[in-house]
Write a protein that binds this ligand. Structure first.
Ligand code: F0G
Length: 457
């Protein structure tokens, strides 16, 4: 391999697995990625971090943009100095993930009443969600450790991503999903990429429980976000975001919360960048949940973050229909360290926000839209100021769940539960398809009506 894009001494670096509960450090992990002493989650730490301080990382990462090596074209492996070292670093399983756009959301900013609103669109990853950034790392480690099978429980995006990366890496994949509770788009991806797909008569939390038993009994590599290698890959979205801001630090980063891996990963990245001296302060990272799947919000409000009581999750934003999030302690630590907060949003607020993001020409899946809905509430609480710089992390692509969008515009989504005020705002965003005879005059008439109802400037 040419050395021009070489890895700056990463081969000699060490990565250890540290328990977030008792702090014990391990060189290897069990199949469930939990501490053998206290059963808490593990995180990856780099004891010789300080050796990186002398490197000009910002320049090194930027320089790799000009390389045509797969490892440099990947928006994850481009930042490999902050990833666990792989023995065969030039041979990851990559679909050129990452490299996702940062968009200004001007119409949404007007609606929310803020000056600077951006979307980091992680739905523009190869399989349509942020999961790819973690999957390239964890799947590569699975293959390097000799696993033939990988597996996950999923609300649909992890499974789509895992199935793709497993196929690219010549491994087989087992998917456990809750029957009838994930979108068709996501289910079809896992079938297309050749996974062994099991729809279980339970919810996501039930699928997770079963999978934890299965990996204890068979040599199958677990690819849920309890796997700390996934979170290392997901960190890179935060680095890329800061690069896109020319290393200016936004005031707020707002993310959806499900199993709470992504918020943990982004927070870890910001913390590490500060440790390395690449940034001087942290953006406030806030987490938004759906009202019907709000265990973290309840933990904070009812138990001061001391414990998490699982809930029976229910929301149309199926990606985040999770009642017992595995990474809640990691996420709490991020809230504490960055000074972020939690908020919850209703189904009507999610639907409205999703339509507003769509009308800005961007589009995202319902779970991602909780960010804009949450921002509106954080503004009301005065937690976010209108003049601050705000980034919404859009986690999934609009085409992941077209059924939600169609139902919304047809008026079939929310039925009777919507309050009058919400109904007016929702109706304003609805654009139901119109069935007409194939007739020029009929279309001209509709055009005129549309122009009258909402004149173009
Ligand atoms: N947004 C989307 C589109 C997701 O798919 C998920 C999680 C989240 C947000 C929440 O992220 O779990 O890291 O807090 N989806 C998982 C899955 C659970 O199986 O696809 P999190």
């Amino acid at each position: 391999m040419p050395e021009s894009t070489s890895t700056a001494k990463t081969e000699s670096r060490v990565a250890l697995l540290r328990c977030i509960g008792c702090g014990a450090q391990h060189e290897t992990a069990s199949q469930e990625f939990r501490c053998p002493n206290c059963h808490d989650l593990l995180e990856i730490v780099y004891p010789d971090w300080t050796s990186l301080r002398s490197l000009e990382l910002k320049r090194l990462w930027n320089g790799r943009r000009r390389s045509s090596q797969p490892i440099d074209e990947s928006g994850v492996w481009r930042f490999r100095e902050l990833l666990p070292p792989m023995p065969d670093v030039y041979n990851p399983i990559t679909l050129r993930e990452g490299n996702t756009p940062l968009y200004e959301l001007s119409s949404c900013a007007r609606i929310a009443g803020v000056d600077h609103l951006y979307a980091k669109h992680q739905g523009m990853n190869p399989t349509g969600s942020f999961k790819d950034t973690g999957m390239t790392v964890a799947a590569s480690f699975a293959r390097q450790s000799g696993f033939r099978w990988v597996a996950c429980a999923s609300t649909g995006n992890t499974s789509a991503s895992m199935a793709a990366y497993a196929a690219r890496g010549g491994m087989r994949s087992l998917v456990l999903i809750p029957e009838g509770q994930i979108s068709w788009g996501k289910l079809s991806q896992s079938l297309d990429y050749g996974a062994l797909t099991c729809q279980l008569r339970t919810d996501f939390d039930g699928c997770m429980r079963i999978l934890n038993e299965i990996v204890k009994r068979r040599p199958i590599y677990l690819l849920n976000s309890v796997n700390p290698y996934r979170l290392e890959g997901q960190k890179t979205a935060a680095i890329e975001l800061l690069e896109q801001f020319n290393w200016q630090i936004p005031d707020h980063v707002i993310v959806p919360g499900g199993n709470l891996g992504n918020s943990s990963a982004l927070g870890k990245a910001f913390r590490e960048l500060q440790e390395l001296g690449l940034i001087t302060r942290l953006p406030k990272l806030s987490i938004i949940q759906a009202e019907g799947a709000n265990p973290l919000v309840r933990s904070m409000r009812e138990h001061g973050g001391k414990k998490l009581v699982p809930v029976q999750a229910e929301t149309m934003a199926t990606a985040i229909r999770i009642g017992n999030p595995a990474s809640w302690k990691k996420a709490l630590r991020v809230l504490e360290q960055t000074g972020g907060t939690v908020e919850q949003v209703s189904e009507a607020e999610i639907a409205l926000a999703k339509a507003e993001i769509g009308a800005d020409g961007i589009g995202c899946e319902p779970a991602s839209a909780v960010t804009l809905a949450g921002l509106k509430k954080l503004l009301k609480r005065d937690f976010v100021k209108p003049s601050e710089i705000i980034v919404l992390v859009l986690t999934g692509h609009m085409l992941k769940d077209p059924e939600f969008t169609l139902k919304f515009h047809r008026g079939d989504l929310l039925a009777e539960t919507v309050k009058d005020a919400d109904a007016t705002a929702l109706n304003r965003q609805r654009r139901p398809p119109i069935v007409l005879d194939a007739n020029v005059d009929a279309i001209l008439m509709i055009l005129e009506q549309a122009e009258k109802a909402s004149p173009t400037e």
